[in-house]
Design a protein around this ligand. Structure first.
Ligand SMILES: Nc1ncnc2c1ncn2[C@@H]1O[C@H](COP(=O)(O)OP(=O)(O)O)[C@@H](O)[C@H]1O
Ligand SMILES: O=c1ccn([C@@H]2O[C@H](COP(=O)(O)OP(=O)(O)O)[C@@H](O)[C@H]2O)c(=O)[nH]1
Length: 236
């Protein structure tokens, strides 16, 4: 099988882990993700994963409800650790080894992250789940994901989300939005597109890490992206 990439960083949406629920974790969605991820690892793809926390807590929405922003962001980062443990557990149930790394030292919940430990895990066919975002407030997991993708020398960052690519406007709000097959980093700025935060886009641009935004909630899509099928939107 012709594979486009040898090493990837997959960003998973916290919100998608809710499945059809209003909050928290959906076991069916976790198991679907685990099965798809196991499949790509069996093809020999070295896989690092960063997961969001939006299904549990977001610092910014906490602040709008009166929480201290920094404490709210710390709660959000802990939410990404919860999601990472849940995915790791689903991967174990699917027969796939993984290691959870944390941006902040909280052994034995996970191992304190280092680039080299993550690469060592991936080279052994284990998945490196890198949790806790960047470890700092005022960032997002998209930025954490760009950062870790660059650090672990991934060839691409795959942003698996609820929409099937980048559109001229938010497709969840505007049915007349038109999808891009590809788009430059600069056009994301000039058009003011909100699909990823600008810090993440800038990090990827400066370090020449391409991004593919695709719909991760349709089973089979992850493999399609990696075998070069033209789904999603490429940011270059
Ligand atoms: N121009 C756009 N193209 C695609 N999606 C967009 C756009 N603008 C806003 N979005 C929204 O961005 C969301 C994905 O980004 P985000 O909220 O960060 O999700 P995630 O939970 O995957 O991190 C989509 O669900 C979509 O509603
Ligand atoms: O480096 C980081 C990454 C995440 N967060 C916090 O964690 C929350 C959950 O992450 P995010 O909203 O990016 O999750 P997603 O939208 O991907 O589910 C964010 O709202 C932030 O409050 C943070 O403070 N620093």
């Amino acid at each position: 099988m012709d594979l486009k990439y040898k090493r990837i960083l997959l960003k998973l949406s916290g919100e998608s882990l809710m499945g059809d629920k209003q909050y928290g974790l959906d076991e069916k969605r976790l198991s679907e993700y685990a099965t798809q991820i196991k499949e790509i690892v069996s093809l020999g793809i070295e896989t690092g994963i960063v997961i969001g926390g939006g299904n549990i807590f977001r610092g910014l929405s906490g602040a709008s409800r009166g929480f201290d922003r920094v404490k709210g962001d710390q709660m959000g980062m802990l939410a990404t650790v919860i999601n990472s443990l849940a995915l790791s557990s689903a991967l174990t149930a699917a027969g796939q080894k993984s290691r959870v790394f944390t941006a902040i030292n909280m052994f034995p919940i996970g191992e304190y992250y280092s680039k080299w430990k993550a690469i060592e895990a991936m080279q052994k066919g284990e998945i490196a789940i890198i949790s806790g975002g960047t470890g700092n407030p005022f960032f997002t997991t998209d930025t954490g994901s760009a950062l870790r993708g660059i650090e672990i020398e991934a060839e691409v960052m795959l942003k698996g989300t609820r929409v099937d690519g980048i559109y001229t406007t938010d497709p969840e709000k505007d049915p007349s939005a038109v999808k891009f097959e590809k788009i430059s980093y600069d056009e994301i700025y000039t058009r003011g597109l909100k699909v990823m935060d600008l810090t993440a886009t800038t990090l990827c641009k400066e370090n020449k890490l391409p991004i593919i935004v695709f719909d991760m909630d349709t089973v089979g899509n992850l493999k399609k992206v990696l075998t070069g099928e033209n789904i999603g939107t490429l940011v270059y």
